[in-house]
Design a protein around this ligand. Structure first.
Ligand SMILES: CC(C)(COP(=O)(O)OP(=O)(O)OC[C@H]1O[C@@H](n2cnc3c(N)ncnc32)[C@H](O)[C@@H]1OP(=O)(O)O)[C@@H](O)C(=O)NCCC(=O)NCCS
Length: 140
């Protein structure tokens, strides 16, 4: 199976991305328009198998010293084929000299370590107001 990674977002079908995330139970409540804003405000990679979106990754960076990796996702049935590694390597190639943070969930610590990430002593976070400014906070 050939997976193509694109960083030019001009042809991304944001509704298709939303559908793929919902189907894979990795939807965190953003509408297609909100997904578009998130990805367009970041350096992003979208992975395709044929016409289907099968992976995403994006990084928020100040372009100097700090970057934050988010939305790293590979469609469940295509995991353990190197898709996330390919996406993250591509993003990190543009971050020379920067400290890249990530909040790792799940059991893929081996992936992050193999890509050079190391555990940090403390991670803390908060949501300002409610998630996505919705009336009631949604589950992430
Ligand atoms: C984490 C995630 C992005 C990994 O995607 P992936 O495409 O399967 O990862 P890769 O195939 O590139 O993994 C490369 C290597 O990392 C390690 N790895 C990846 N996922 C792993 C897991 N669940 N458990 C143990 N090792 C794992 C393996 O060493 C793997 O190589 P191998 O299969 O040859 O042993 C994917 O499991 C996912 O989408 N999870 C849900 C979302 C998530 O947790 N995102 C990360 C937080 S931002």
């Amino acid at each position: 199976m050939r997976v193509r990674c694109v960083s030019d977002l001009s042809s991304v079908d944001w509704r298709a991305m939303k559908r793929a995330l919902v189907r894979d139970r990795f939807d965190n409540g953003r509408t297609p328009a909100e997904l578009r804003r998130s990805f367009e405000a970041s350096r992003s990679v979208v992975a395709y198998s044929g016409d289907e979106i099968v992976g995403t990754a994006r990084v928020l960076t100040d372009g100097v010293c700090n970057a934050y990796l988010v939305d790293v996702w590979t469609r469940s049935d295509l995991r353990r084929r190197g898709i996330a590694r390919k996406m993250v390597r591509r993003l990190c190639a543009g971050l020379r000299g920067q400290h890249v943070y990530l909040q790792a969930e799940g059991d893929a610590a081996k992936l992050w370590r193999s890509l050079g990430f190391r555990e940090q002593p403390v991670g803390m976070s908060r949501i300002v107001g409610t998630w996505l400014r919705r009336r009631r906070a949604r589950r992430r």
